[in-house]
Design a protein around this ligand. Structure first.
Ligand code: FPP
Length: 239
């Protein structure tokens, strides 16, 4: 029996550096190829009827990379916004940002804000960019907000439940991912969506992100559709 197509797919876009190294290119060229893979994947999601795509574009740990690589990634983000804005508008894609964009260069932040505002009424699909994102940081910030509300008498700690806590996360209002894809052969979560992936199906592939094609997405979706999601319960026909 095959289940439905995932509503929300999350991707850790990994392997850009190794892709570039294999070709004697700079890491920045690897990220540029990763940007092209992102474009293909946004289109492929639309073709498959996937409503929400969340991609890990820059983690809270990525600042540890050499300055020129961080700069190249920020430039690429600006270039991506400039190139894709019209296409995202034409295709009714709403862009959301999760993470803590504060430390990003001001011009990148401005361009991101403009993109988020310009696409905010779009209803066709959601592209969620995780930028300066870290799952633990997100949980700590949410806990801080809850504690502040309690201290101000706006929330009774006894009434705090998972739903109320979720409303304080960066992803408030976005359903949790059904499927998480990590290319490049690594089998880690790397601090991505730690709260949200409690029941997410995981799919790994050795393909490096810049080589990721619509066929790989289709393969992941088919694997997902054949899985039996029980959320800790029993499948209906095993009752
Ligand atoms: C991980 O590969 C990838 C990143 C840290 C950046 C991802 C960014 C892009 C795909 C650029 C396009 C995105 C946008 C939103 C414009 P890695 O460098 O860790 O690869 P490695 O493990 O092979 O070194």
């Amino acid at each position: 029996m095959r289940g439905p197509v995932p509503r929300h797919v999350a991707i850790i876009m990994d392997g850009n550096g190794r892709w570039a190294e294999k070709r004697n290119l700079s890491r920045a060229e690897g990220h540029r190829a990763g940007m092209r893979a992102l474009r293909r994947t946004v289109e492929a999601c639309r073709d498959l009827g996937i409503e929400i795509l969340t991609v890990y574009a820059f983690s809270t740990e990525n600042w540890k990379r050499p300055r020129d690589e961080v700069d190249a990634l920020m430039d690429l983000l600006g270039e991506w916004i400039h190139k894709e804005q019209q296409e995202l508008l034409d295709n009714d894609v709403q862009v959301r940002v999760i993470g803590f964009p504060g430390p990003l260069p001001p011009e990148t932040r401005r361009a991101l804000d403009d993109l988020v505002k310009a696409t905010s009424r779009n209803k066709g699909a959601v592209l969620c960019l995780a930028l300066n994102y870290g799952g633990r940081r997100e949980i700590v910030e949410a806990a801080r907000r809850v504690a502040e509300k309690a201290a101000r008498g706006l929330l009774d700690p006894a009434t705090l439940d998972e739903k109320a806590f979720e409303a304080e996360l960066e992803t408030a209002g976005i359903p949790e991912p059904d499927l998480l894809i990590r290319p490049s052969g690594e089998m880690r979560l790397s601090n991505f969506l730690l709260w949200q992936i409690a029941y997410t199906e995981l799919w790994f592939t050795p393909v490096l992100w810049p080589d990721f094609q619509p066929e790989h997405l289709a393969e992941a979706v088919e694997a997902y559709r054949s899985r039996d999601r029980r959320y800790g319960g029993l499948h209906e026909d095993k009752d």
